[in-house]
Design a protein around this ligand. Structure first.
Ligand SMILES: Nc1ncnc2c1ncn2[C@@H]1O[C@H](COP(=O)(O)OP(=O)(O)OP(=O)(O)O)[C@@H](O)[C@H]1O
Length: 309
């Protein structure tokens, strides 16, 4: 038995040419293992191939080449088992306006062949906060409630893996918090979570491991901590007690005086101790009123890896 929730080898997808658009190689040979029990982030700029990859996992797009194993089941050899292991919360709420949330969950459970006595409709409605809307028509639900219902629908067959495609794009803070609370709860109970997001801060906060995809290739796959550690550049921001100019600095430190009078010093924390900067500032006769450091963020790692390609 493998420890991976998902194993992808040599995965390629070429969309056939249509009309005036030429054929498009959206995935160029992806190798990716996603560990069981993790919260895994799939990041990449627009058009990188994330949706194509997720749609292949969901069985909505047919791959051109390669193998995909979901919870140990080869998608080609064991299509039913591999489909049963994964639940997908899609980006866009496509809901039948005449179904109630309870009805919608029931129909979805039926599609997955979940026997009536094993359905968890009430439990799922409770989790997504729609118990009091159980019998309301879908068309009367707010955008946020529809999103929550999509999450519920992804859970009806108790999948081991939950995939969330841009779950928080355009949602308000309250809904975002609720989604993340649910995701953490499900993950604590053992569910493997895969999510794509454009919000890098969110990926930084939520994900144990991250893969960045660009132009149909995985360009990096590492733990979030290691990715952040790759950039050991830090910035020290000093507020002087009275107006002060930037002191002379060695080549290893880049200084800047901001319009508001603050002085910033950017340095590599592996080779330059912060103390050296503080000493230079004090030796220049500057009294420090306040000091803070800024760490590198995933955004910088992401930009450094994808912007030049
Ligand atoms: N059905 C399709 N037919 C032809 N080309 C497609 C099709 N779907 C996607 N593509 C192309 O494949 C490439 C990858 O698209 P994909 O939607 O997978 O990227 P993405 O990373 O999900 O982007 P986004 O974040 O914008 O959703 C793009 O160049 C896109 O134009």
């Amino acid at each position: 038995m493998t420890d991976n929730a998902i194993e992808i080898h040599g995965l390629k997808k070429t969309y056939a040419a249509t009309g005036r658009s030429p054929a498009k190689e959206a995935l160029k040979g992806i190798d990716l293992d996603i560990p069981r029990g993790s919260i895994f982030g799939l990041l990449g700029p627009n058009g990188a191939g994330k949706s194509t990859l997720i749609n292949i996992l969901a069985g909505l797009v047919v791959k051109t080449e390669g193998t995909v194993k979901i919870w140990g089941f080869d998608q080609d050899k064991n299509p039913r088992q591999s489909r049963a292991a994964i639940g997908i919360m899609p980006q866009e709420p496509h809901l039948d306006p005449f179904f109630t949330p309870a009805g919608s969950l029931d129909v979805q459970a039926g599609l997955y062949g979940v026997p009536k006595n094993q359905r968890k409709t009430a439990e799922i409605l409770e989790l997504i906060g729609l118990t009091d809307k159980a019998d309301a028509y879908a068309r009367s639900l707010s955008g946020g409630m529809r999103r929550r219902l999509l999450l519920g629908k992804a859970l009806v067959h108790s999948p081991q893996i939950l995939v969330l495609d841009e779950p928080t794009a355009g949602v308000d803070i309250e809904l975002r918090n609720m989604l993340w609370q649910n995701v953490r709860k499900l993950n604590d109970e053992g569910m493997t979570i895969i999510l794509t997001t454009h919000y890098l801060e969110e990926a930084e906060e939520m994900c144990d491991d991250i893969a960045i995809i660009n132009h149909g290739e995985v360009i990096v796959r590492d733990s979030t901590a290691n990715l952040l550690g790759r950039l050991d550049s830090k910035t020290l921001v000093i507020t002087p007690d009275s107006p002060a100019d930037l002191p002379a600095l060695p080549d290893t430190i880049t200084g800047q005086k901001l319009a508001n009078g603050m002085l910033t010093f950017t340095y590599q924390s592996g080779t330059t101790p912060a103390d050296q900067i503080l000493n230079i500032v004090r030796d220049a006769g500057i009294t420090i009123k306040d000091v803070k450091t800024q760490e590198a963020h995933l955004e910088e790692v992401f930009l450094s890896l994808t912007s030049s390609k």
